[in-house]
Design a protein around this ligand. Structure first.
Ligand code: AMP
Length: 309
């Protein structure tokens, strides 16, 4: 199965304790689609302005991402400025220039409307709803969001959360959205809105996945050098959804595998600025790190319970 994704394609200006990138390629849909393209066919719905260089579009095409849904309109491309301190888990947004995002009305190419898997990456929830309305009968729909939209468009965001199968959100945003400090309780509150499954991203502490009464916890891959966490969440989501679309296995076991592939992809992305690490990444490297991941989390059961399963 292929995936359709709507989200931002952006210029980012990012400062971390290890350096600064000015007007570098970023955006939720850019990270997502690049990551997912290692696993399946991806079709991109997004908007850029006249200032967006053709070389970035060529890069997306080089990953075989379908860019027919990437439109260019008069004006400037969405621009995000953020900073990370030594705690690389939480980005501080310094400035958000919506620019062409304010004019954008998505109109999906006919073949995009038939997609079986849809990802509503971080973008205005009203645009997420417009895309959701155009897709005919998807088998799996997931979404992401962030503090900016939680504060500015809470009603539209609630409607999105009600209509998707899986919500992927980071821990700070889960707490902000619910006003609940305890993550397990926050998860219950979000799921009460209607989604069957919730994935909470916790930066270097890994991921929690909730579904019914089951909770799955995966660590983040312990890296010696983390340069730029920008896009880690979207890259995670790309690996997670890309793997699911590739296998079509939406069972609990399939979801757990997908969580680890997502975590593997995010671990590569943070090793360099912008999408630089994803640009040089190969599939054998992904598999190798997946094996390390398995070793990292392997331990035996209690003797009293018999053999480890
Ligand atoms: P993350 O995976 O959460 O680190 O997402 C980082 C990306 O989100 C950056 O490349 C930004 O361009 C993009 N971004 C930042 N703010 C917003 C926003 N309000 N809506 C959509 N995308 C955003």
């Amino acid at each position: 199965m292929g995936i359709v994704v709507v989200g931002t394609v952006a210029f980012d200006t990012v400062e971390t304790p290890f350096g600064k990138g000015e007007d570098v390629l970023g955006g939720s849909a850019t990270y997502f689609s690049t990551s997912a393209s290692f696993f399946t066919d991806v079709s991109l719905v997004a908007v850029v302005g006249e200032d967006f260089p053709e070389e970035h579009v060529s890069f997306l095409r080089s990953r075989e991402i379908d860019t027919d849904g990437l439109v260019r309109i008069p004006g400037k491309t969405f621009h995000w400025t953020g900073r990370y301190g030594y705690d690389l888990n939480e980005a501080q947004t310094l400035d958000t220039q919506l620019n062409v995002l304010m004019e954008f009305r998505p109109d999906l190419p006919p073949r995009y409307r038939e997609t079986e898997v849809l990802f509503l990456a971080n973008i205005d929830p009203e645009l997420q709803l417009e895309v959701l309305d155009q897709v005919k009968s998807p088998k799996l729909v997931a979404c992401d969001t962030m503090n900016f939209w939680i504060s500015s468009k809470p009603a539209a965001l609630k409607e999105v959360l009600r209509r998707v199968d899986i919500v992927i959100i980071n821990e700070g945003e889960a707490r902000q959205f619910t006003g609940e400090a305890n993550l397990v309780k926050a998860a219950r509150q979000i799921m009460a809105l209607g989604c069957k499954r919730l994935v909470i991203k916790r930066g270097e502490y890994g991921v929690l996945m909730f579904a019914g009464d089951s909770i799955f916890a995966a660590p983040a891959y312990p890296l010696e050098s983390v340069f730029d966490p920008t896009g880690a969440g979207d890259t995670f989501a790309g690996g997670f959804m890309g793997y699911l679309a590739n296998t079509g296995d939406f069972t609990e076991d399939g979801m757990r595998q997908a969580i680890v592939f997502g975590s593997v992809m995010a671990s590569f992305n943070v090793e360099d600025f912008s999408l630089d690490r994803l640009k040089s990444l190969t599939y054998p490297e992904i598999e190798e790190r997946f094996r390390h991941f398995r070793a990292l989390t392997r331990f035996q059961g209690l003797a009293a319970d018999g053999q480890d399963v």
